[in-house]
Ligand binder design. Structure first.
Ligand code: C2O
Length: 563
């Protein structure tokens, strides 16, 4: 890594501004109460995702499978985007609702003649960059000349706000937000969003093959903000970014506090994170894609999201947004993220990760057959301003949608952490660890070590569950989890002992998000730490940002139910 990295200069990043702790009681937040933890992954494997969802007590829930339906635009709440300041609910000064029309059709994918090729943003030519700038300039002009044109820059940005900060209720479930994050519909929603965004750009510049550049943050050569975006005169510029993160600052896919400043360590952490969220930590399609989410379910909480969504995806959002803004606008909050042109290139790479993951050989199936997944639907305006309904099932093969990605190397594929030679002395290590019965429920205001019993000895196929995590959804949250860690170097994630982390991008939901269980697969970690035949492990939980906003209900290790 050092050689790839040598041209980057070390540049210290400024510690994240801490948001003052909120006094907001979780129980006061909502009108809808909801029982217990996240959707049990086993239900989905039995094809019962809709039946035994997290929200079986929500009034009006039907027992049959029922996919998320596209929103009813006529009921979009113009004052529906909220956040909080301290204990106060603050309605954001933004109307995210799209222009209304009742003419809508089911979208049919047009036949592909010549695929669009999405290039890596850090190596686009001057000519390509000029085209891209022209497209965004034309979108921005529409904001002024025809603010009701759904293809305008602000209208497009507001799509993201409308689908994740509360303006839409689910059809048939008044008071329950439609939320496209933290579940298995995450990838599909954003794929469709980019699909139309790209077609709109092509339409506005009269080039039907124009393709959105992707921010190649998974490769060391793409780990800076792509140069095209770092020009104050360009339509691609956005003032609401972290001013300390302009090139040559390196993106950190995982956030630690204090931040890592050594560029070699940043790259090592990033590649480790990529390896884990794409390969090492993933034992099923649900692990990668996210938990089931069906009609009537309360908005899923962060722990229900897939490994990629909660990992690199969330990390880049937080890294890009300005910590000096009250809601970390633009990229650091879902309501404003779409206002930064970088958002779309970021999500092009998130989408590229979906395509790459699908092709990585694995001993589990990459497909989700549940009808609640495939029939989930959304509403978009196409490049001709038609309101169209789209289904998840129709976006599962991106090639049929007429685009592909220019190749870029994926060095993270071979970045599994090195194995420990000998197991740790668990007796010795557990001397400084707490017993779980005394510790929970736990407010995560400092680093904790817990001795957790295993259901079976040694390197079994097991899952660590942090139970009933409650975290204020309007707050940035970050913590990490290590196992049998003697060294206590929470900034070095490229070690055998690093299990995984939790990043929550702030957003606001009207209905309370359910407490959810964070599940971290232990199978590969046991091999990495060379666990021997121990019957317990010491888990270290390290809060980095706003740990005092997090409560963890319990901790346990369970056998993983194989797909
Ligand atoms: Cu809709 Cu990156 O979030």
């Amino acid at each position: 890594m050092a050689s790839l990295q040598s041209s980057f200069t070390a540049r210290p990043t400024i510690p994240t501004t801490r948001i003052p702790p909120s006094q907001l009681a979780v129980t006061k937040r909502s009108v809808v109460s909801c029982s217990g933890g996240g959707v049990d992954r086993r239900n989905m494997l039995l094809g019962l995702g809709g039946l035994y969802g997290a929200t079986s007590l929500v009034p009006g829930q039907k027992a049959e499978a029922s996919p998320i339906l596209p929103p009813d635009l006529s009921t979009c709440d113009p004052k529906g985007a909220w956040t909080t300041k301290g204990s106060e609910v603050v309605v954001l000064d933004v109307n995210c609702c799209p222009p209304y029309t009742d003419v809508q059709t089911d979208y049919k994918l047009p036949r592909v003649t010549k695929p669009r090729v999405r290039p890596a943003a850090h190596r686009i030519s001057k000519e390509y960059q000029a085209k891209y700038e022209l497209a965004i300039k034309k979108m921005r002009e529409l904001d002024v000349t025809d603010p009701d044109d759904p293809r305008g820059f602000t209208q497009q940005a507001n799509i993201h706000c409308a689908y994740c900060n509360g303006p839409y209720d689910q059809i048939g479930f008044p008071g329950i937000d439609l939320q496209v994050h933290n579940s298995w519909i995450f990838f599909a929603f954003h794929r469709w969003y980019l699909y139309f965004y790209e077609r709109i750009m092509g339409e506005l510049i009269g080039d039907p093959t124009f393709a959105l550049p992707y921010w190649n943050w998974d490769n060391p050569r793409g780990m800076q903000m792509p140069p095209a975006f770092d020009n104050e005169k360009s339509p691609l510029w956005d003032i609401n970014r972290d001013p300390t993160h302009r090139p040559p600052a390196l993106v950190t896919l995982t956030i630690t506090n204090p931040p890592v400043t050594d560029p070699v360590q940043i790259v090592a952490n990033n590649l480790t994170q990529m390896y884990k969220e794409m390969i090492g930590d993933v034992e099923s399609a649900i692990d990668f894609m996210g938990d089931p989410y069906s009609a009537g379910n309360a908005p899923p909480a962060r722990a229900s999201g897939g490994s990629s969504e909660g990992g690199s995806h969330a990390g880049v959002h937080v890294w890009t947004g300005n910590p000096n803004n009250s809601n970390r606008e633009d990229m650091g909050n879902f309501y404003s993220a779409g206002r930064d042109p970088l958002f779309y290139s970021h999500h092009a790479n998130v989408d590229r990760m979906w395509t790459i993951w699908k092709d990585i050989p694995a001993d589990y199936s990459k497909d989700i057959e549940d009808a609640d997944f495939k029939d989930a639907a959304f509403m978009f305006y196409d490049e001709k301003k038609n309101l169209v309904r789209v289904k998840v099932a129709d976006c599962l093969d991106h090639r049929k949608m007429g685009y592909k990605y220019e190749h870029s190397d994926t060095p993270w594929m071979a970045y599994r952490p090195a194995q420990r030679a000998v197991p740790v002395d668990i007796k010795k290590l557990s001397k400084n660890a707490n017993r779980p019965d005394k510790l929970f429920p736990l407010k995560l205001n400092k680093t904790v070590r817990v001795l957790v019993p295993k259901p079976s000895k040694g390197a079994a196929d097991e899952v660590l569950v942090l139970e009933k995590i409650v975290a204020d959804s309007t707050k940035l949250i970050r913590f990490d989890v290590f196992v049998n860690d003697e060294d206590d170097k929470p900034q070095e994630l490229d070690r055998a002992e690093y299990l995984g982390g939790f990043t929550q991008v702030p957003h606001r939901a009207r209905a309370q998000e359910s407490a959810s269980d964070l599940r971290l697969n232990l199978k590969e970690l046991y091999e990495n730490i060379n666990i021997g035949d121990d019957d317990s492990i010491v888990v270290t939980i390290v809060p980095h940002i706003n740990g005092d906003e997090v409560t963890i209900g319990g901790i346990k290790i369970i056998p993983r139910v194989a797909a």
